[in-house]
Write a protein that binds this ligand. Sequence first.
Ligand code: SF4
Length: 372
Amino acid sequence: MNQSPETWLARVRHGERLPDEAALDVYLHAPIEDLRSAATAVRARFAAPQQVSLLVDRNVNYTNVCITDCKFCEFYRPPGHSESYVLTRDTLTAKLDELVAVGGTRVLLQGGHNPDLRLQWYVDLLRWMRADWPGLQLDAFSPSEIEHIAALEGISTPDVLRALTVAGLGGIPGGGAEILEDSIRDVVSPRKTRTRDWLRIMGEAQDLGLYTSASQVIGFGEEATHRLAALRAVREHQDSRESSGRLGFLAFVAWPLQFESRYGHVFGELKGWDLGADADAYLRHIAFCRVYLDNIPHFQASWPTMGLEVAGRALHHGCDDMGGIMMEENVVSQAGSIHCSVTEAEVREVILNAGFVPWKRDSWYRPSGSSA
Ligand code: SF4
């Protein structure tokens, strides 16, 4: 079993799986060129080698009220705070009309854990959007929001998911995953969904036929072993879905923590932790993830946190998708990211300059315009 990282990655290129016992050595010591070429080989099993997808969407943060107090979050405000909000129907109408006008096909709805919004509020919201903007796919509510609503109502998470799906929900984005390793979650988001529950709720959504994605944020001060434990949990979830013939995750995205203010001060300066990740560390991480997670079809480059130039380079590290061309972004931008929105033309140019052909997709990774 004493093989070098280069040997393991050559075996991956020839179709083998990277075993768990080799993962840490490969993660820490593999030459980046070997990681890149193995990531490219795994990518080719799922996506046309010369093509890169994008989709036009809008991120709508419907409320910033939250009671969960994640240590890295600069977005939320506690109930009653003078800067707290719940978006009105008039504001939402303006945002969605604008999205449709630029050819958008998806709205991403995400918000805080607001104790004043009950299940019926979400059901009414989705029904209204489904009726008035029938061409938009509604991708909404991370597992932690689903868990929060279920707790408020005193019902199960499958019951919440079923009610939302009947009202028009199409998919659950991979938000709230951070690091799916509970010793790190205990530090950075102690009141948020546990790893097992996050994956369970995603499985429940997948059982209802919803599209889902997995995600990972790195740079909380964790060790490589924590990152690998989180990836292992996702790979095992996906394996178990596949082996029983059920729908699993459609996509994966990773990005470094944005930490300029509160979290950076508490953990970076006071504890001396190494936070976030630079471009090289991000590219190495995403290439490794593509190699290790050999059962997830699509990988998104994270331009909102890394910028378009690095996202273009990520296309040569296993990514086959540029994700949503967001018309608006409020969460990572408030934590220090400066890449808040880009145009479709800018993203197409980055894809072309990286040597790929852009194509526009929907939430299911079908050509945009296919029936929903
Ligand atoms: S990350 Fe989400 S759950 Fe955590 S405090 Fe912010 S809004 Fe609330």
